[in-house]
Design a protein around this ligand. Structure first.
Ligand code: IFM
Length: 450
């Protein structure tokens, strides 16, 4: 038996741009993803999030389905340009009304809302596409956090500031694969700093409006394991770890930027002006005490000596059946290791797994059944790994499966399906997959039977 602690938050995750659609409705402003997705060649199937799962119009039915499946908590994101079309200043009442209705519907169904403030929808009105390279965007984000916490804080007590700051900075400004599509190390590191700063400012803003709020960020973790027992592979793993994990988590936990990485980036010429974007007091603001850390984890990074910072090396060390449709290796041990490591190293008060899941391309059969046994197997292994971490003393308080619905997978458009609910994009019909019913049973017994 793998029984979880009482009141464990069994949840599902989504994000606004990936499911809402209705991008031009009710006064919503333009985000960098709206603009980026419309540039030919940026999204592999040429699609956009313009309609996505039409959740903006169908949230009530979607929440009914969550309730039928026994989901206890829902992590969604609040679209910044839907609330503040210009990034700051005038508030769009229709946006507030929409999230009010969504939150009220969740509460009516006994589902705890866990909103994320930034899941990559930066308003273009702030500074065009390069908003995060500008320091005042951090202050605009704090304004957004203040507006949301004032509007929803009487009912919403769990807040996530940022989703995956590594993606919002490096994947977007260094690798150019996500909006705004820049390839510049110095801009990426500058953006990373402003994002971290905005997190601390947002924590302060939320705390002011909701003294009893539980607040944290949700960084992504793809822990590195050396591919061979060589010094070079271990070094590659260390650099990857610094680039992906420590650069974000060390500052969040009050340790400043990791010295080995500052040295590495300087040597590589990525910080030609040093850390000139760090002003007095910034590191203290970034380390504003939080109530939890969110862990988004899907796979591990296999660090090869000759591939120092190769982000997507094809995992040639595993057979195909151990890869998901994303070509990501199924490696549940990474979840247990990461949970234990974060707990031992940083001592957060609490941890939530804010994202974990897999993409497989199973479709409904004639009867409407979606047999996605591979997803069941993936989730089961990862939930066991989470349970093992609890047995090691990790204060894990919840697990949010990514994702409730199949949705717009950023640069890969609709070519991937992470949902426990299949979405037919032609008809917008929802088909709960076998994994959805399996997850319902896990929640019902608060764990795994064996
Ligand atoms: O779909 C994304 C999500 O937006 C952020 N975390 C990873 C998921 C799967 O790639």
């Amino acid at each position: 038996m793998y029984t979880f602690p009482e009141n464990f938050q069994w949840g599902v995750s989504t994000s606004a741009y990936q499911i809402e659609g209705a991008v031009n409705e009710d006064g919503r402003g333009e985000s960098i993803w709206d603009r980026f997705a419309h540039i030919p060649g940026k999204v592999s199937d040429g699609s956009t999030g313009d309609v996505a799962c039409d959740h903006y119009h169908r949230y009530a039915e979607d929440i009914d389905l969550m309730a039928e499946l026994g989901i206890k908590a829902y992590r969604f994101s609040i679209s910044w340009p839907r609330i503040l079309p210009n990034g700051r200043g005038e508030v769009n009442q229709a946006g507030i009304d929409y999230y009010n209705d969504l939150i009220n519907k969740l509460l009516e169904k006994g589902i705890t809302p866990f909103p994320t403030l930034y899941h990559w929808e930066l308003p273009v009105a702030l500074h065009g596409m390069e908003g995060w390279t500008q320091r005042d965007t951090a202050y605009a984000f704090a304004e957004f956090a203040a507006v949301c916490s004032a509007a929803f804080g009487d009912r919403v007590k769990h807040w996530i500031t940022h989703n995956e700051p590594w993606c919002a900075s490096m994947l977007s400004h260094q690798l150019g694969m996500h909006a705004p599509g820049i390839r510049d190390w110095t801009k990426a590191l500058t953006a990373a700093h402003h994002i971290l700063l905005s997190h601390g400012l947002a924590v302060q803003a939320i705390r002011k409006n909701i003294p009893d709020a539980e607040i944290g960020a949700a960084p992504n973790f793809e822990p590195a394991y050396p591919a061979t027992d060589t010094h070079a592979a271990r070094e590659a793993a260390r650099i990857w770890d610094g680039y992906y994990i420590r650069w974000f988590n060390d500052p969040l936990f009050g340790r400043g930027y990791p010295a080995d990485m500052v040295h590495f980036y300087k040597e590589e010429g990525y910080l030609p002006y040093g850390l000139n974007f760090v002003l007095d007091g910034d590191m203290e603001t970034i380390a504003e005490p939080c109530d939890f850390v969110g862990i988004n984890l899907y796979t591990r990074h296999y660090a090869k000596e000759d591939e120092l910072l190769d982000v997507f090396p094809f995992p040639d060390h595993v057979p195909l059946e151990e890869l998901t449709a994303m070509n990501w290796e199924i490696y549940p041990q990474a979840l247990q290791d990461t949970l234990c490591r974060i707990w031992f190293e940083y001592r957060p008060k609490k941890i939530y797994i804010t994202e974990n899941g897999c993409s497989y391309l199973d479709h409904p059969d004639e009867s409407g059944r979606v047999d996605d046994q591979r997803r069941v197997s993936y989730l089961e292994k990862h939930i066991k790994a989470a349970h093992n971490a609890i047995a090691c003393g990790v204060p894990l308080a919840g697990y949010f499966q990514w994702s409730f619905l199949d949705n717009f997978e950023w640069g890969l458009g609709y070519t991937q399906r992470f949902g426990i609910v299949y979405v037919d994009y032609e008809t917008q019909q929802r088909y709960p997959k076998d994994s959805a019913f399996w997850y319902r049973d896990v929640i019902g017994r608060n764990g795994l039977a064996e």
